[in-house]
Each structure stands twice: as C-alpha cells, then as structure tokens.
Design a protein around this ligand. Sequence first.
Ligand code: V47
Length: 409
Amino acid sequence: MPSCRTAWSLSSSLRAPENEALPDIIKGMLSSHEPTTHPFQTDDSRLQPIQEKVLAGTRLDASDALALYRTGDILAVGWMANLVRERMHGDKTYFNVNRHINPTNVCVAACRLCAFGRKKDAPGAYTMALEEAFETAASGYSEAVTEFHIVGGLHPDLPFQYFLDLCSGLKQRFPQVHVKAFTMVEVAYLARRAKLSIRETLAQLKASGVDSLPGGGAEIFADRVRHIICDHKIDGDQWLETAKLAHQLGLKSNATMLYGHVENDEDRVDHLMKLRALQDETGGFQTFIPLAFHPDNTPLQHLPKTTGMLDIKQIAVSRLVLDNFPHIKSYWQMMTAKIAQISLRFGADDMDGTVIEEKIYHDAGATTPQGMRRQELERLIRAAGRVPIERDTLYRQVTRTETSVTVAV
Ligand code: V47
C-alpha cells in the first residue's frame, strides 16, 4: 500500500491556471468561484501526479483514470473532482422540470441488463396509442414542464411515422416544451426499419420536433461486455457514429455509461476515453450520466447491486476524466436522492428532474419515488450547500412566477 503522505494546498499560481490546457468548450464556463484552498492529505502516492495535473488543468490520461478507479481514497478523488466542478460551475447546481414518457416497452432486443422490455405478446407489454401518449404528456404535476424525455423499446411493428407523429403532435400541443427523444440505439433501429440512412432518419426526426437526444443505450462500449449485457444492440462504434451524425446535424445529446455489472476498470476507462475523443471532435455532448446497474428482475439478477462507494467514485472519476463535458449528472432516480445529493460535493453539478413517472429503474427494483417536486429538489441542493438553478434542456436558466415560466436566452 502506498505510504507517502502528501499535503495538498493550492498556491495562487496553481489556483488560476492560464487555462491553456483546457478545451475551448470548457474555457467559457470557468467560474469566478474561489476554489477550496484548505490543505488536503492522502496516503496514496499514486494520486500525487494526478493532483498536480488537476491543479494545472492538464488532461488526465488512461493510466490516471485507472489509478482513480483503483484508489480507496475516495475523499482525495472527490476533492479533486470538486475542485474541477467548482472551477466550472461554482456552487450552481442544475435541475429541470421534466416528464418522462415511455411510449412502448415492446422490444426485440431482449438485453440481459434490462427489466423493462417485453416481447410483443408477453404479459405487461404495452404500446401507447398516440392520443394516450399526448394525454400522458399532459398529466402529472400541474407545473409547466420544460422537457419531455422520451425513450422506449425497439418495437418490431410500429412504423417510423408513429414516432414522427408523436413528436410533431407533442410540438403542436406543447410548443414551448423541449423534446429530448430516442437513444442512439432507437435511432439506428428506426433507420433500419424505415430503410433510411441514419443521417436521414435523424433529419426527419429533427424536422418532426426532436430538439435533442438523451444519452441512453451507450452501456459499456467494449465488445466483450456488450456481448454479455446487450448482444442484440448496435455496437459501441455504431453508437458513437450515430451520436456524431446527430451532433453534425445540430442536435445536442447526452451520453451515459452503465456500470456495476460485468465490466472492469479498463472497460470503464475505455468508455470514458471514447466519449472524450468524440466530444473533442463534435462538442455536441452536454451531459454525462453514469447509470448504476439495477439487477432485480433482469437475467443478471444474481449480480450484486452497486455500492455507495462506487456510485460516488464513478461521479468523481467522470468529472475528472471528461474534462470537455460541460455537465456531470447524478440522476437521483437511479442513485437515490441521498447519494445524488452527496455527489454534488464529488463532481456532479446536475441532479436531473421531476421525472413524474419512471419505469426503467422501477421495473428493475428501484425503490426511489416515481417523481420529485421542484421544491424538494431545491431543498436537497440547498442542504448540500449549493445554489439550485432550474434549467431547460439546453442549460438556460428558467425563472418562474405564479403565472409564467421564462427562459433566459
Ligand atoms: O439505456 C436499463 C439503462 C438507460 C437498466 O439523457 C438500466 O438525460 C440500470 O439513458 N439498471 C435509459 N440501468 C435511461 C437513460 C437516461 C436516464 C436519465 C437521464 C438521461 C439523459 C438518460 O437506462 C438505458 C440503460 O443504459 N438501464 N436497464 C437497469 N436494469
């Protein structure tokens, strides 16, 4: 076990690096917030060179990322991630008022990671008629939502037109609401079924009202892992290529990583590095969301659940490695509100939203509530010593009065 004890304190020359090493997308975000200046100590000498890089704003490499996963010193990793988080966002912590809509759970993929998908004739299979999806969109909390988050199964019979009509119908009825819809996996499947190129499929979705894409379906890019957890999905390269095409068409997207199943540290590092490389190219990712695997009711239910230690560490490593991603989200539905709140001091700057109705994690045994009110999200953020900022999907500040919702542009 490494035994060198190092005292960490920020000299003023290191505290405000010239930002030369930071990517352009991030430079504009650097906050005037004064980062933590108290000394910090670690017994793990592997973290010393990483600390120096973080202080200087130098990019971490794959071996640094591995060392971060392998250290037990979660406080040291968290301290560094928090420093980066405060450089970028100060105390600001984002959340949004959104509604999830899952139009169908019918899915041909039968991924071992999933408890949500059903075969067409299986008990519990459902597909919403368009009117039903519109009613779902309108139901729930009376507060005006700013985002519909739409994902579903890979349905073998629903025509592409259903998805175009779903988005254009939502835009007609709720013109002010941002439509964040369809994972890269769904887009690739729709393209195949409609016999269109992925670019043309994305262009038609955009024309019908899709404003951006969620980050799901990325799982873990490594083939070895994908063969075990989701062998009928597009592979990692196809996921990345679809994201690249979306970004080229001007559609922002998020990216996820499903962790805590059969992947190892190297697989996680590989996943982060591939996302970072694509972001260098396109700048189209807004937010990274690590998703903890929930094994209940899946074919992998013999696997243990993730621990709090891994959940927090995953947030912190993501913040440190993905230096070109503006935001790291701790999705409270998946992490629990308590862990998500703590993660706001370990690198996360976003907690996601009100959600209202969540199916994917609850089918897999999640015990979190289905939704959370805006006031409760704000309370959790304030109790973490942070400043809650309601945002829209594009991270513009939302201001509410009794009668209006205004987005700063
Ligand atoms: O792609 C499925 C994951 C994802 C399980 O972009 C599971 O803002 C854990 O991507 N245990 C869908 N995870 C959810 C998603 C998401 C969530 C919140 C915000 C955003 C965003 C995106 O859920 C799937 C898959 O990776 N998933 N089953 C499971 N048993």
